[in-house]
Design a protein around this ligand. Structure first.
Ligand SMILES: *[C@@H]1O[C@H](CO)[C@@H](O)[C@H](O)[C@H]1NC(C)=O
Ligand SMILES: *[C@@H]1O[C@H](CO)[C@@H](O)[C@H](O)[C@H]1NC(C)=O
Ligand SMILES: *[C@@H]1O[C@H](CO)[C@@H](O)[C@H](O)[C@H]1NC(C)=O
Length: 524
């Protein structure tokens, strides 16, 4: 009995101490939550107070994430079969830019993003930069340099692809405080090699990744490191152009396994998208934890359309990467911010062009002298305040063939291209589709191997009404000759002010033999 009593007593005591511990835990937890809430509230209140008192709020941190060759139907908000929960959460709570245009391929788009000019005004309208045989001219001051002038710390992680003929052409000489990534346009995701050249660098040194890590996660880790080491009182510009989801088709198996019901290539590609989504989720978590996301503008953008031959699709948009159809040039794009957007959880149909990001970011950063002469227009008020649209015209590219949009009309000169014929077919239905120029191809996960065939443009010019016909099914050039004439006039204006393709500066034989991709043959 005594024993039993004492046991009961003990139990009672244990119970009491358990309750005490529980109480302490609850108290500490609520204190932590309160402090965090107050901190968050404090930051937002401080921003509001500054705004109300007419003072300039501190410039926002800017995180600019670019995906490579990501197609229109390769994100979950356009195709529910793709797994991108982190991106979708940001997109849906931010502002989706539904008519955001980029050039039909990589180097031209990236050149526009960092200069604020159309590719044909930079001299990078044709092809892409191959092995650094051409470089973005030094006459342009790049976005990171401008942001540095405004007090930003500027970091780049990922793909450069804008030339490396001289050291002066490379990221750390053009305004980035740090650069971790590769100079060329594509490479192996694990070995970081293109051909026989190793191409992974930290600032101006080769970075030897002896562990051969998957680049999506390697770049994530570097981005998180930058965020963790960053002094939050200094505005941060983080330019994060992923290698993903450009070919080659490579992803850790756990990601392709999520799509094992699909064709191997589509499954691998979709896994690559999901791995990138995971990396972005981790980067956003790091921004949250460091409190940077309270005064932050995050932009996600694809550099051009997807390539079905490498698993990326643009359905229902017509065309693919490297074509002037919407499928090659209308990018997946959204803006996310907790504090800077008036309209959130919405979709905007105003026209946006890759060149616009330059003045738009500068305006968001508080710059008073945004260059009004450049091709890019400042869209900050449109994006942040829902102001009236400022762009009514957009040049797709001028490269022999050309296309322009004015208002709802799009004029295409020459063959906009479908370009599957230069590749070997991966899927049977692509084999069939490529025989018929100007087809559409739906990804297999959208339904049964759907393809759709449009009429090729039969005349020198094709005209489409993108409001009534966003999928470019009906060439109306014969019905509206006046509009065709007007748009030809605008196109001629742009052709007239375009500059020649930049001079080739091929790699010297000494450099060609090196086993690393390294800048500098033009310096010698
Ligand atoms: C965005 O664009 C797509 C394709 O053109 C269109 O179907 C959709 O209605 C647009 N979304 C909104 C909200 O306007
Ligand atoms: C990286 O390190 C490994 C092992 O030390 C070495 O074999 C390789 O040559 C190095 N690569 C470069 C590009 O320095
Ligand atoms: C082309 O430029 C020249 C000289 O700058 C100008 O005289 C001419 O009118 C322009 N033509 C067009 C079609 O804009």
């Amino acid at each position: 009995m005594c024993c039993a009593f004492s046991q009961a007593h003990d139990e009672n005591d244990t119970m009491k101490s358990k309750i005490k511990v529980l109480f302490v835990i609850i108290t500490v937890a609520s204190l932590v939550v309160t402090v965090l809430t107050l901190y968050r509230f404090h930051t937002q209140l401080r921003l509001l107070t500054l705004k109300l008192s007419g003072q300039n709020p501190p410039p926002p941190h800017i995180v600019f994430i670019v995906a490579d060759d990501l197609g229109w139907s390769d994100v979950s908000w356009h195709n529910p079969n793709i797994i991108t929960p982190n991106l979708e959460k940001l997109a849906r709570s931010g502002l989706i830019l539904n008519y955001s245009y980029v050039a039909p391929r990589c180097s031209p788009t990236r050149a526009s993003l960092l200069t604020g000019y159309y590719p044909h005004r930079i001299g990078l309208q044709y092809q892409v930069i191959n092995y650094g045989d051409r470089s973005l001219p030094l006459t342009f001051d790049l976005l990171p340099r401008k942001l540095k002038d405004l007090g930003y710390a500027t970091h780049m992680v990922g793909k450069w692809h804008l030339g490396l003929c001289s050291w002066k052409h490379t990221p750390t000489y053009r305004g980035f405080d740090s650069f971790f990534g590769y100079y060329s346009g594509r490479e192996d995701y694990y070995t970081h090699c293109i051909g026989n050249k190793y191409d992974l660098n930290f600032n101006t040194d080769v970075f030897n990744d002896t562990k051969q890590q998957y680049s999506t996660f390697l770049f994530r880790d570097r981005a998180v490191e930058i965020i963790n080491e960053h002094d939050p009182s200094v505005p941060l510009f983080l330019y994060l152009p992923f290698q993903a989801v450009h070919g080659s088709l490579t992803v850790p198996r756990e990601y392709s396994k999520m799509y094992s019901h699909l064709h191997h290539d589509r499954a691998t590609y979709s896994g690559m998208v999901t791995a990138m989504d995971k990396a972005i989720g981790d980067v956003v978590n790091a921004l949250e934890q460091r409190g940077l996301s309270d005064n932050m503008l995050l932009v996600f953008l694809s550099d051009n359309g997807g390539r079905p031959i490498k698993g990326g699709y643009n359905w229902p948009l017509r065309g693919i990467k490297n074509t002037l159809w919407e499928g090659g040039t209308r990018a997946v794009n959204f803006v996310y911010s907790k504090t800077l957007l008036k309209e959130t959880s919405s979709v905007s149909n105003h026209l946006m062009n890759a060149a616009d990001w330059f003045p738009t970011f500068l305006a968001a950063a508080g710059s008073k002298d945004v260059d009004l002469d450049m091709d890019g227009v400042n869209q900050w008020d449109v994006i942040s305040k829902g102001a009236k649209p400022v762009r009514s015209e957009h040049v797709y590219n001028i490269e022999g063939r050309a296309a322009i949009r004015v208002g709802e009309y799009k004029l295409i000169k020459g063959d906009p291209g479908f370009q599957l014929s230069e590749h070997q077919p991966v899927f049977d239905f692509i084999g069939r589709a490529r025989k018929m120029a100007n087809g559409w191809i739906a990804p297999q996960d959208i339904g049964t191997l759907k393809t759709k065939f449009g009429k090729p443009i039969s005349k020198k010019y094709g005209l489409f009404n993108l409001h009534k016909d966003p999928l470019e099914e009906h060439d109306i050039s014969e019905d509206f000759p006046d509009i065709v004439e007007q748009l030809i006039g605008r196109l001629h204006h742009h052709m007239n002010i375009s500059v020649p393709f930049v001079k080739s500066t091929p790699m010297s034989s000494e450099y060609s033999q090196l086993k690393i991709m390294t800048p500098g043959w033009c310096d010698k």
